[in-house]
Every structure is written in C-alpha cells, then in structure tokens.
Design a protein around this ligand. Sequence first.
Ligand code: GTP
Length: 169
Amino acid sequence: STPSLRFKIVLLGESGVGKTSIVLRFTANRFHETMSPTIGASFLNESIQVEETEINLQIWDTAGQERYNSLTPLYYRGSHGALIVYDISDEQSFDRATYWVNQLQNQGGEKSKIMLIGNKFDLNQKNVDSKMASEYADQNGLLFRETSAKTGLGIPDVFVDLCKELKRE
Ligand code: GTP
C-alpha cells in the first residue's frame, strides 16, 4: 500500500477573486459564471496522488468578505499550506493578498507554506503585472502561480505543486 499524508490547506483572499471557483475546478472540474459569496468558510476533503504518495487534503475555503475577517485566523491556524489568491484584473485584490501574507508571516506565527495565486488569467484586463507579483513572491519566500478557474489553466497544478513542496519538508 502507498504511504499517506494529510495536509491542511487554507484559501485566503478578497471576496470575488475566485477562491471557491479554484476549489470547484480542482474537486469537480467545473466552473460557474455566477457564484454566491462564501459564508464564514467551507470545508472540503479531497485525496490526490502525488509522486506515489496518497495525500489527503483538508481544504478550508474562507469567505473574503470583510465582515468575516475576524474569523479567518480560526481557519488558517495550524494549516500546512495557504493559497493566497488575488484577481489579476484587480490591483486592490493584490494589496489584500499582501495583507494576508503579512498576517500569516508576522502576526500568526504560522509555519504555513504560502503560494500566491494570480487568478482570472483568462481576462484581457491585466492590472497586476506578473513580473512584479513574481518578484514580490520571491522576496517573501512564497511560491507563485497564475491560474484561471474558468479555463482550468494551472489547476490542479497549484494543489499538486504545493503538496510536492510540503512533502519535502
Ligand atoms: P468569496 O466567497 O466572497 O470570498 O469569493 P471567492 O473568492 O470564493 O470567489 P468566487 O469563486 O465565488 O468567484 C467570484 C466570481 O468570479 C464568480 O462570478 C466566478 O464565476 C468568477 N471567477 C472565478 N474564477 C474566475 C476565473 O478564473 N476567470 C473568470 N473570468 N472569472 C472567474
């Protein structure tokens, strides 16, 4: 039998950047043009095979709406990995992503491996420069990927690559 690992993964980022859509693309290979905002947080359990290892992912998809922000630390506490998501067409969502990076790295004392994700890469309106984002990620010790939950670009790779990184630790 294959060895197995269990990782807790949390998704963080401004409301509407596509956190739930990324999880939906990963777990069901589906996409919806219309989505209701997440209330509080939602939990999903998904298993994947990574380099001969069966990995059980406990995925916490948090709500991006401001009113839930005080609850968010409850969900990222003890996480092994964090997917911090912004929308490449929305500069303000990148600022919000850097806020969550700071929260995890400086405030929470979390050991979480962070992957910064620029989602909605299918959109023509690119307001967050890839090179700038990539350099920011390098400077802060983050993994960096660009994705589209709509087309499936970069998904499921974000989960697989994060797992490979966590396996190594
Ligand atoms: P909260 O639950 O409020 O935090 O939002 P969220 O980050 O989970 O965003 P959600 O997945 O609900 O997506 C918000 C909107 O963006 C929906 O209308 C999605 O269809 C759309 N969306 C998500 N991902 C993409 C993408 O890759 N490309 C495009 N064009 N639209 C996307």
